[in-house]
Design a protein around this ligand. Structure first.
Ligand SMILES: [Zn+2]
Length: 408
C-alpha cells in the first residue's frame, strides 16, 4: 500500500535534486489521470486537495476515492490539504484522509502568521501529519491588495529562515514570481532570491502556481532547492479542451462520450511534467526511504456494571460524538456483542490517522473528560489494545489469495 509519509518523500526529493508534482484533484477523472501519469513513469506523486476549490465538489467522497487510489497504486503517494486557513479545517482534512496540510497565512503580518502556523503545527504534528507553511504571497488566492506591490509579495530569505525556525514547519511555500492560475504575462522569476532562501532554509521548498512556467524555468527552480511543484491550471485547460473536442466530434454523444480520453490526456501531461522535474523512475528509491503510512485501530472491549441499557446507550452516543472530534481520529465505532454468552459485551473501535495519535488522543482533554465522567465509572472490566492496521483493497487481497491457491 504505497501511501507514504510526505515528509520522507519530499526530503528525498530535496536531497536528490528533483521535484515531486502535487496535482489538484477536483474529480475522479483528475484522480485517475494523475495516478496513471505517475505510474507510467514510476514517479512519486502528491494528490492535492485545495480548500478554496471545495465549493465545486464533495471533498469527503473524493478524498475517500483518493485514499483507495493511493493504497492500490504501485508508486508512492501522499495526500495533501492545501490552503487551509484554520486548525479546524486542518483537523477535518486529517480526518478525511490527508497526511499533509498547508496553512496559508501569507496575507497576515509576520507575527500573526507565525502564531497561527504554530497552532496548526502543534495539532498536526501530534497526529504525525507534516505541515507546509508559507511566507510571501503567491497571487491568485490570497489578498494581494493588502501588500505594497509585486516585490512586497516575494519571500525575503531572513524572514523565511525565522519563520521556519519559529514554526517548525516541514516544508515552506515561497513566493519568487509564480502565480496561481494562467496569466497572459510571463512570470517574473527571482532566481537569485530563491537560491538565497534555499541556502538559509533547510526544509524542502514548495512552489505554487507551476502552470505558467516553461520547462527550462521549472528546471531552474528544481536546481535551486524546490522539491515540490503545485500544478493544476494547465491540466484543467487540457482536460476542458479534450471535452470540447469530444463534443465537436460527436455533438449528440452522451456523458461518457464527452469524457472519452480525458483521464488519459491528463495522465500524459502529468507524466511529461514529472519527467521534466526529474521525478520519473524515483518510485523505488522513495519507497525504500519513506515510512509507509499506516493507520492505527484503537480497540477496547468491555462490560458495564451498575448501569441500565439506556444509560449504556447514552454513554456510547456521547462517546461517538465527543471522540470523533479529537484531532487525528478518523472514525469511531461503538458495538455490542451479537451472541448472548460472549465474554465481553461491548466494544469501541477508534481509527487513528497515525501511531502518534495514540499519545495525543490519550492526553486530549475531551477524551479524558469523557473517559473520567462517562466511561470508566461504568466499564471497570475492560481490555484496550492499539493495532497497526495494514490492509489491502479487497480486489488485491482476492488476487493474493488466488495466487496462493494456485501455488499451493
Ligand atoms: Zn496554492
Amino acid at each position: 500500500m504505497p501511501l507514504v509519509n510526505m515528509r520522507d518523500m519530499l526530503v528525498h526529493a530535496r536531497g536528490n535534486h528533483y521535484a515531486v508534482g502535487a496535482f489538484d484533484i477536483v474529480s475522479l477523472d483528475l484522480l485517475r489521470g494523475v495516478l496513471k501519469g505517475a505510474e507510467a513513469c514510476r514517479a512519486p506523486v502528491i494528490l492535492n486537495f485545495v480548500v478554496p476549490q471545495f465549493k465545486y465538489y464533495d471533498v469527503e467522497m473524493l478524498m475517500a476515492a483518493a485514499v483507495v487510489g493511493a493504497k492500490r497504486s504501485p508508486v508512492p503517494v501522499a495526500i495533501h490539504l492545501d490552503h487551509a486557513t484554520d486548525p479546524d479545517g486542518a483537523v477535518r482534512g486529517i480526518r478525511l484522509g490527508c497526511n499533509g496540510v498547508m496553512f496559508d497565512g501569507s496575507h497576515l503580518s509576520f507575527e500573526e502568521n507565525v502564531k497561527r502556523t504554530r497552532a496548526i503545527v502543534e495539532v498536526a504534528h501530534a497526529c504525525g501529519i507534516s505541515v507546509e507553511g508559507g511566507i510571501g504571497i503567491v497571487s491568485g488566492y490570497a489578498r494581494e491588495a493588502e501588500t505594497d506591490g509585486v516585490q512586497g509579495m516575494y519571500t525575503w530569505p531572513d524572514e523565511a529562515q525565522q519563520y521556519v525556525r519559529q514554526t517548525k514547519v516541514d516544508f515552506l511555500a515561497v513566493s519568487i514570481g509564480t502565480g496561481h492560475g494562467l496569466s497572459a504575462e510571463r512570470p517574473q522569476l527571482n532566481l537569485e532570491r530563491l537560491a538565497r532562501i534555499s541556502r538559509v532554509v533547510d526544509v524542502p521548498l514548495v512552489i505554487h502556481g507551476g502552470s505558467g512556467l516553461s520547462d527550462a524555468e521549472s528546471k531552474c527552480l528544481v536546481d535551486r532547492g524546490v522539491a515540490r511543484i503545485n500544478y493544476y491550471s494547465s491540466l484543467s485547460l487540457i482536460a476542458s479542451r479534450r471535452i470540447r473536442s469530444n463534443s465537436f466530434e460527436d455533438p449528440n454523444g452522451g456523458y461518457m462520450a464527452l469524457l472519452q480520453g480525458v483521464s488519459e490526456t491528463i495522465g500524459r501531461e502529468v507524466e511529461r511534467c514529472l519527467r521534466v522535474w526529474g521525478a520519473a523512475q524515483r518510485a523505488d528509491a522513495v519507497l525504500a526511504a519513506a515510512a509507509p503510512w499506516n493507520e492505527v485501530e484503537h480497540l477496547i472491549i468491555y462490560n458495564v456494571e451498575g448501569t441500565t441499557e439506556q444509560q449504556a446507550e447514552a454513554m456510547m452516543a456521547q462517546g461517538r460524538r465527543v471522540l470523533a472530534q479529537v484531532p487525528g481520529v478518523r472514525r469511531v465505532f461503538s458495538g455490542r456483542a451479537m451472541r448472548e454468552g460472549d465474554r465481553y459485551r461491548y466494544c469501541w473501535l477508534v481509527r487513528f490517522a497515525h501511531s502518534k495519535v495514540i499519545d495525543s488522543y490519550r492526553d486530549h482533554p475531551e477524551h479524558m473528560a469523557f473517559a473520567d465522567e462517562w466511561f470508566r465509572p461504568c466499564a471497570t472490566d475492560r481490555i484496550s489494545i492499539d493495532y497497526q492496521a495494514v490492509s489491502a483493497p479487497v480486489e488485491e487481497a482476492a488476487l493474493e489469495e488466488d495466487s496462493a491457491v494456485k501455488e499451493g
